[in-house]
Write a protein that binds this ligand. Structure first.
Ligand code: NAP
Ligand code: F7E
Length: 323
């Protein structure tokens, strides 16, 4: 039987790298879309490069997406590309709308025109719940996004559902809560914390400047969450799913756990800096993954404490290697 082909946008990101590993292990031919930059940064997929095929494209450029889908003729398309950092979305709101919102329509258009039988996954986000209307949040909780990023993701979510209903595409939206790993970008709070812990432990730094320590997030492990993406595309019918752990922790709890795991007292090092406070905050996220558990047979494997430890150890190892 011919190998299945998957096309991943955002392959150079955290999730793109874990999803590539998963699909390669399942025997897929994996194609990844990358955009041109003056310096190529493929760190997260460097260990996979010989087993991947890279194609050039950009979510702001329709013709490149049409060409990629036409050339690859994928069985599955995972749209992971986005301007994904919430604070940047206030600074670059129209770019965020272009990439994170309209970019989804462009990928869907490419699929509709040249490969309508392909199955499509949209990387939706718990940021769509924003000022939450239900606790915990489910697939039926109304949205109230609190950032231009969240607003753009609501558009991406509904355009995915609209293409499913209008053109009968097999299109799914995965509403994923925060998921982290040693490959998380350094600007996101978990990795910012674990990287600082490792630097302080090794005597390379003394302080860590943070914003709101009271925000609560439902944090899981990225390696677990990409499995849910794949499972969504293996069902008889396309559908939308919340993917979460069902547990919530404050940023402060993450700080305490990370410093504690390295034998450090966080209160001696953390400084609150108003520069990191957001114009509008998402105070509380906690997802109910019952539907994913029941219909996909999915459940998270890595606990909060294991995740924190894995990330601190990852940063210590990387810094020691670079020393
Ligand atoms: P990430 O690490 O920020 O990766 C984003 C990817 O998008 C990168 O590969 C980036 O490429 C690419 N990209 C950005 N702008 C692009 C453009 N104009 N054209 C083509 N590619 C572009 O994000 P992630 O954490 O892996 O998340 C994956 C997806 O899930 C994103 O859509 C994110 O919004 C969504 N999501 C993430 C979480 C989470 O907790 N991680 C939760 C819910 C939803 P470069 O390397 O060239 O910058
Ligand atoms: O912030 C607080 C901040 O930037 C988490 C993206 O992957 O998940 C991510 O979005 C919380 C917020 O992630 C700092 O105010 C305090 O309450 O790690 P974050 P996020 O905004 O939740 C969702 C699901 C996505 O879809 C997004 O793409 O931490 N916080 N102090 C801070 N956050 C940052 N970044 N830096 C701080 O210094």
């Amino acid at each position: 039987m011919a190998k299945k082909k998957a096309l991943i946008t955002g392959i150079t990101g955290q999730d793109g790298s874990y999803l590539s590993e998963l699909l390669i292990s399942k025997g897929y031919d994996v194609y990844g879309m990358v955009r041109r930059a003056s310096v190529e940064r493929f760190d997260r997929i460097a260990h996979l490069q010989e087993r991947l095929t890279l194609v050039q494209g950009d979510l702001t450029d329709q013709s490149s997406l049409d060409e990629a889908v036409k050339t690859v003729q994928p069985d599955e398309v995972y749209n992971l590309a986005a301007q994904s950092f919430v604070p940047t979305s206030w600074n670059q709101p129209t770019l965020t709308g272009e990439v994170t919102g309209l970019g989804t329509t462009r990928v869907l258009e490419a699929v509709r025109k040249t490969r309508p039988e392909a199955r499509f996954y949209q990387a939706s986000s718990s940021e769509m719940f924003g000022k939450v209307r239900d606790v915990p949040q489910t697939e039926l909780t109304p949205f109230h996004p609190r950032s231009p990023y969240g607003v753009a993701k609501v558009y991406g979510h509904f355009i995915t559902i609209n293409y499913r209903e209008s053109y009968n595409l097999y299109a799914c939206s995965g509403i994923l809560f925060n998921h982290e790993s040693p490959r998380r970008g350094l600007e996101f709070v978990t990795r910012k914390i674990t990287n600082a812990v490792a630097r302080i432990k090794l005597g390379l730094s003394k302080e860590l400047r943070l914003g709101n320590l009271d925000a609560k997030r439902d944090w899981g492990y990225a390696g677990d969450y990409v499995e849910a993406m794949w499972l969504m595309l293996q069902q008889d019918e396309p559908d939308d799913f919340v993917v979460a752990t069902g547990e919530t922790h404050t940023v402060k709890e993450f700080v305490e756990a990370a410093f504690g795991s390295a034998g450090l007292d966080w209160e001696k090092h953390v400084v609150i800096d108003p520069r990191f406070i957001r114009p509008a905050e998402v105070e509380l996220l906690i997802g109910d993954p019952s539907k994913a558990r029941k219909k996909l047979g999915w459940k998270p494997r890595v606990s909060f404490d294991e995740l924190v430890k894995m990330m601190v150890e990852g940063d210590l190892k990387e810094l020691k290697k670079g020393a």
